[in-house]
Every structure is written in structure tokens, then in C-alpha cells.
Write a protein that binds this ligand. Structure first.
Ligand SMILES: Cc1cc2nc3c(=O)[nH]c(=O)nc-3n(C[C@H](O)[C@H](O)[C@H](O)COP(=O)(O)OP(=O)(O)OC[C@H]3O[C@@H](n4cnc5c(N)ncnc54)[C@H](O)[C@@H]3O)c2cc1C
Length: 406
């Protein structure tokens, strides 16, 4: 168990398990309210990871950009790990593209594609400059049990030695325990919070390409009968291609060499604007999952531990940042030792965030089934919708505002 300072007193206002993009941002937000915060994270990446080929990237919308700026995280984001886009295009194969532009809603851009590690590291950079109020950080420990009393929640943690045996048992008490430990949340499981959801039939393959063309500030998606094919611009001469297809097909593609994959891309993707090479790949199953409760006593879930949605419209971490914003806002004036006030805030959080995330999941599902369906009726509906949106500026603006988080 390594920590940036001694555990002076094992009592915290807030313990956050998971210092990913969402958990680390949550730590910044609560530390800025002078709350005593401990972050427990498996491993924090070293900044040198940003010199390696990018693989996991997220489209960050304008609402998240604004919130991360307010938290002081945005300026720390590594410049060459983020790429602005000011256009977003979508079309059904062989049909006219529907193009959304920043100027349609009077903004300079629509969002940024950012490496996940760069977002996480930027939050830890801000944690490190918080000075006296900076959250404490603990890495490499195992959480064995979670208990709650009327007054506090307790985490039972230990180290693992080289033989995988638990050693150095310790307990940590806190007024509030936040699970920000991702889709397979241990906090959620150890708190006996069930989930509801399913796996989608399609999987996706993310390909990083090294490009010999200038950075494109457009992100596009073509809907094909077998699944969408998307282009995401990145900086530093890289871009990402996202290939949605049947699970079996993605498995087969994953086994190909980079050269073979390039041939497949040339065959199945719309033409790119110049030469490229495939340099990295990663396959992901697509899962929809909702925690049955976002709050249980003194335990609260944020980010993917509370919900995972279809990444088709790139909203997952943006919803996670909304969780952070809402929870932090509700806790602003709360004295963490005041049980009734704390529980009231948590109950409001659950109500607001669960409703919004269910609406977003349902919207993604309708979108997914509409565009991943080859039945003639569905094809007519989606072509009709895209044509309508192309004709009516008002409808187009509403869709765009939703996408940027306004
Ligand atoms: C293919 C794909 C593309 C996507 N594209 C987008 C996109 O364009 N835009 C978007 O908004 N979203 C996108 N998403 C979703 C986005 O990646 C997730 O919503 C986001 O990663 C959630 O962040 P998180 O911090 O909640 O969880 P995670 O990123 O999973 O982080 C969890 C953290 O908790 C730590 N942890 C886990 N267990 C423990 C433990 N027991 N103890 C200590 N630490 C622990 C982990 O090490 C990790 O750092 C995409 C997802 C996929 C699969």
C-alpha cells in the first residue's frame, strides 16, 4: 500500500475508490470544498504513457469542457493528446451526409477528442497543485470488505504480497464512500447493489491509424448494414477508426495483422482523405448496465460504476462528469458529519442522475436499433429522419445542442 503521505488519522470526509477520469475529477471538486478526501486507485499512469501510441480516446463535449475548466483540470491536459473538432457528419451509406457545424450553434468548436490517460493525468496534476487541501492518494491496495454504521462507512483494506497473500490489514473510516471504480465496480458489488442490463450483439474494434494527411477537425460516422464505421481525429499525426460489427466479425478482425486490417479498412470504410497505416487495435464488447441503486446509505456511485451506455454517440464519460458536477453541487454546503443533510443530498443526487442516465441510455438504444437494423421500414425511417434534419435548421440545432451537452 503506497500513499503520498502518512495516514495521520484514518477518518476522511470522503473516500473515493477509483481515480480514473471520473473519480479523479470528483476528488478535485470535493477537495476544493475543503473536504478531507482520500483517493484509492489501483495504479496511476506515468506521464510517459502519453508518448506511446494512443488507444483509448473519448469525445469530450462542450459541457464537460466547461466543467473541467471550472475545476482547473482543463489547462493541465497535454496539448498533443487532444484534438478539437468543429464539424460532425453522419450519413447512411450512399446517402447525402448530415453535417453539423460549430457555427450552427454559434460556438467555435463542438468538442475535443482526448486520450483517456491525458484526462486522468490532468485531474491528478490539479490534485497535486491544490496544496494544503490536496486529496491523499493510496495505490496498490486491495479492498476486502465494506461496512456501514449510522455514523460512518468502513473500508477493510490490505496489501497483496508476492504470493498473492493479504498482508498489512487496515481499516479506513469515512462519512461518504464514492464508488468511481468503473464498470466492474467492487464498491458496488461489496455494497450488494445489483445491476440491470445486457450485452449488445455488436462489438466494436478501435483502430489507431498513423496518417500522412493534415489533422482533420471533423468526426464522421457512416451507417452500414453491418454496423457503423466512424472516424475520430487525433493530434500528432494519428486518428482513430471505430468499427462496429457482429461479435464474431470483430473477433476475426482482431486476429488480423495491421497490414491485413488496413486492407479491410480500404475495403469497408468510406475513403479517407489520404494515406495511412494501422498501428494499434483494441476490441470492446458493448454493454448496457445500470446500477439498481446509485446510493445505498453512505455509499454513492458515479461514472461507469453507476452506468455504462452504448458508446455509439460518445457520451459515457460526459455523463460521468455530469454525475461529479451534480454530486459536488449538492455537497457544497453540507457538513459531512450531519447525517440527515448528507442523506438528503444523496437522495436528490440519485433521483436526478438516475433519471437522466436512464433517458440517455434509452435514447442511445433507440438510436442503436434504428441504425443497426437492416429492415426496409427502419431504413426508410432513418433516411427520412436524416433528410428531415438536413432540411430543418431548428431540428438540426436541437440534435446538436444535445450532443454538446447543452
Ligand atoms: C470503445 C469505447 C469508446 C468510448 N468512447 C467514448 C467517448 O467518445 N466519449 C465518452 O464520453 N465516453 C466514451 N466511452 C465511455 C468511457 O470510456 C467511460 O464512460 C469512462 O471510461 C468511465 O470513466 P470512469 O472513471 O467512470 O471509469 P473507468 O475509466 O473504468 O475508471 C475506473 C478507475 O477505477 C480504478 N479501479 C477499478 N477498481 C478498483 C479498485 N478495486 N481499487 C482501486 N481502483 C480501482 C481503475 O484502475 C480505473 O482507473 C467509450 C467506451 C468504450 C468502451
Amino acid at each position: 500500500m503506497t500513499k503520498d503521505s502518512d495516514l495521520k488519522q484514518q477518518f476522511y470526509d470522503v473516500v473515493i475508490v477509483g481515480g480514473g477520469m471520473v473519480g479523479a475529477a470528483q476528488a478535485v471538486a470535493l477537495a476544493k470544498q475543503q473536504k478531507r478526501v482520500l483517493v484509492i486507485e489501483k495504479t496511476i499512469p506515468d506521464a510517459t504513457v502519453l508518448q506511446q501510441t494512443p488507444l483509448r480516446v473519448s469525445a469530450i463535449n462542450l459541457a464537460s469542457e466547461k466543467y473541467l475548466s471550472e475545476l482547473g483540470i482543463w489547462p493541465h491536459i497535454n496539448q498533443s493528446s487532444k484534438c478539437m473538432f468543429n464539424q460532425l457528419a453522419t450519413w447512411e451509406q450512399r446517402h447525402k451526409p448530415l453535417v453539423f457545424s460549430a457555427e450552427d450553434i454559434g460556438t467555435e468548436h463542438l468538442g475535443h477528442l482526448i486520450r483517456n490517460e491525458a484526462l486522468q493525468l490532468a485531474a491528478f496534476d490539479e490534485i497535486n497543485v491544490l496544496g494544503q487541501n490536496n486529496p491523499e492518494i493510496m495505490t496498490g491496495c486491495k479492498i476486502n470488505k465494506i461496512e456501514q454504521t449510522n455514523e460512518y462507512a468502513t473500508l477493510f483494506v490490505s496489501d497483496m504480497d508476492n504470493d498473492n497473500t493479504n498482508v498489512n490489514f487496515n481499516t479506513i473510516n469515512c462519512s461518504l464512500l464514492i464508488g468511481a471504480d468503473g464498470a466492474f465496480s467492487q464498491v458496488r458489488n461489496l455494497s450488494d447493489i445489483g445491476t440491470t442490463g445486457w450485452d449488445y450483439q455488436q462489438h466494436c474494434l478501435s483502430l489507431t491509424i498513423k496518417t500522412q494527411f493534415p489533422t482533420q477537425h471533423i468526426t464522421w460516422q457512416e451507417f452500414q448494414p453491418s454496423g457503423p464505421k466512424a472516424f475520430l481525429p487525433l493530434e500528432d499525426g494519428y486518428s482513430a477508426l471505430i468499427w462496429y460489427d457482429a461479435a464474431e466479425e470483430i473477433k476475426k478482425l482482431s486476429a488480423l495483422t495491421n497490414e491485413q486490417l488496413k486492407a479491410q479498412v480500404l475495403n469497408r470504410f468510406p475513403a479517407l482523405v489520404g494515406e495511412f497505416d494501422v498501428v494499434a487495435k483494441a476490441a470492446f464488447p458493448l454493454t448496457r448496465r445500470q446500477a439498481n441503486q446509485y446510493v445505498k446509505g453512505r455509499v454513492v456511485l458515479v461514472g461507469d460504476s453507476a452506468h455504462t451506455i452504448n458508446p455509439l454517440a460518445g457520451q459515457g464519460v460526459n455523463i460521468g462528469y455530469k454525475d461529479v458536477e451534480e454530486l459536488s453541487k449538492l455537497l457544497t454546503e453540507i457538513d459531512m458529519s450531519e447525517r440527515a443533510a448528507l442523506f438528503q443530498a444523496l437522495s436528490k443526487y440519485e433521483k436526478t442522475r438516475k433519471t437522466e442516465s436512464l433517458i440517455m441510455s434509452a435514447a442511445m438504444d433507440s438510436f442503436y436499433s434504428l441504425f443497426s437494423n437492416n429492415k426496409t421500414a427502419m431504413k426508410l425511417v432513418r433516411t427520412g429522419l436524416l433528410n428531415l434534419a438536413n432540411k430543418f435548421e431548428w431540428a438540426k440545432k436541437q440534435v446538436l445542442k444535445k450532443a454538446v451537452g447543452y
